[in-house]
Design a protein around this ligand. Sequence first.
Ligand SMILES: *Cc1c(COP(=O)(O)O)cnc(C)c1O
Length: 301
Amino acid sequence: MDIDFQAEIKIDVLEDEILQARGIELGILRLDQIHPVVSGNKWFKLKYNIAEAVRNGSDSILTFGGAFSNHLIATAAAAKAFGLSSIGIVRGFHAENNLSETLHACINMGMQLHFISRGDYSQKDTDAFLNTIAQQFPQSFIIPEGGDNEKGRKGTAEITALIPDTFTHIVLPVGTGATFSGIRNALPGTVEMLGFTAMKGGGYLEEAIKKSLKSLLPNWDLITDYHFGGFAKYNQSLIDFMNAFYEKFRIPLDMVYTSKMMYGIFDLIKSEKFPEGSKILCIHTGGLQGNHSIKHLLSYK
Ligand SMILES: *Cc1c(COP(=O)(O)O)cnc(C)c1O
């Protein structure tokens, strides 16, 4: 089972003076190019969940997300591609005449949205809450926020097949950690992994990731300093970085995840955190649809 991937997944190797000066190779795995909507890591997290829903004979996929969730929109598109309807449980109340572009796009792809309070949303992983949801939507296959379950991690482990074994470091942005742990579980322990957390105080993800690892493999770390004020928050220096990065490398970055990772990795390279000869592969996890809300600030689409 596969959706119609539109491009071969390639690695761009960046040419830059600072990389040359430090003797570092930096590649970007372009998962953003695989599909215009179900881009980046999202299809990998969804594929085994959707396969299970189809096998079960479920009518619809139900999942959770905020107003800018790439996961919600990817779920809406993927469900539609498989002839399933979709239901999105959205964090917080949003007036119908003031919905984010992401939520509009979800509706346009046939997703039925239900808004719940932030308080209720914080209960979304509890048995009590999930039982209520299952009663309310008995024909739905429920996927947790961000596709963060065992099937999600089974899917993201497959990203490893796209990673050549010449790289010493694999770097990616982290939201729930499902992509990070899936890859860590499948990658040789000798390869170092770094995750850039997208939210303020992302250190809590360390415990969540540990629980999802098949063994307590060493050789991974979370970098929590490059959140720029919090999840989906940005400032002028991040915007300037995104525009300059595009100018130089012709690679668009998203404002929530991949721009913060790339900003951070260049910062760490400049401050000589990587030994000479390091071969670093950053994973472009997609998310470009989220740039809609700042398109007036960007020199690219
Ligand atoms: C969802 C998302 C992530 C986070 O993935 P997790 O598996 O939840 O850690 C990273 N980058 C982009 C662009 C995303 O949309």
